[in-house]
Design a protein around this ligand. Structure first.
Ligand code: GTP
Ligand code: MG
Length: 215
């Protein structure tokens, strides 16, 4: 039997072409795929990480950004422990669509889901969205924030390790203080008993600040 202490589901969403698949492949396979094609429906990858000696298995669902797949991808939100909402820092329309994505998340995901806003493609020199604008948007909407480059492997490991560590901490604090009220409120919507109400607090605790080298 596989040896891991926690299992978490992480779902990536965001406009077509922002680099969701490249981020996942960078993290799970350590490469930047040349000529990555558009995702059809949803792809699935697994990687087990170790945080402070504990093995945490991440099930990573990489959804298609294209509108025509929206009804398929929505069904994956519900069981997510963490949702990574990705935009392209060199493409303003992908940032302008974020409120639409948040509406989807609000409608289809658990209210306790951990939300992370990611501005990808920091290696590009034609940036359109300053780091600070992304950061402020994340803060306003109770999300963590990080800028990444799948191409140059910037902040990609950090993104997934921080998610794993945060979800583990939440699971731990829930284990420590599980109440019958929490059980009725959360277990059904999450599917696992491991996510705690701590997600409510993370807006005051933005763990990640850009840290991006834009060009
Ligand atoms: N410069 C640069 N290009 C990137 C980066 N990440 C992805 N790309 C490019 O962006 C394009 C789209 O990448 P994908 O990973 O397929 O985008 P996606 O978000 O999965 O798109 P859909 O599957 O259609 O939703 C590809 O041409 C990638 O090579 C990055 O960090 N830097
Ligand atoms: Mg894709």
């Amino acid at each position: 039997m596989e040896d891991y202490k926690f299992l978490f589901k992480v779902v990536l969403v965001g406009n077509a072409g922002v680099g969701k698949t490249c981020l996942v492949r960078r993290f799970t396979q350590g490469l930047f795929p040349p000529g990555q094609g558009a995702t059809i429906g949803v792809d699935f990858m697994i990687k087990t990480v170790e945080v402070e000696g504990e093995k945490i298995k991440l099930q990573i669902w990489d959804t298609a950004g294209q509108e025509r797949f929206r009804s398929i991808t929505q069904s994956y939100y519900r069981s997510a422990h963490a949702l990574i909402l990705v935009y392209d820092i060199s493409c303003q329309p992908t940032f302008d669509c974020l409120p639409d994505w948040l509406r989807e998340i609000q409608e289809y995901a658990s209210s306790k889901v951990l939300k992370i806003l990611v501005g990808n493609k920091t290696d590009r020199d034609d940036r359109e969205i300053p780091t600070q604008i992304g950061e402020e948007f994340a803060k306003q909407h109770d999300m963590y924030f990080l800028e990444t480059s799948a191409k140059e492997a910037e902040n990609v490991e950090r993104l997934f390790y921080e998610i794993a560590a945060e979800l583990r901490d939440q699971a731990r604090s829930k284990d420590a203080s599980v109440s019958s009220q929490q059980r009725t409120n959360h277990s059904d919507s999450i599917g696992l008993s491991s996510l705690s109400a701590k997600a409510n607090y993370f807006s005051q605790n933005n763990c990640c600040t850009g840290g991006a080298s834009s060009n």
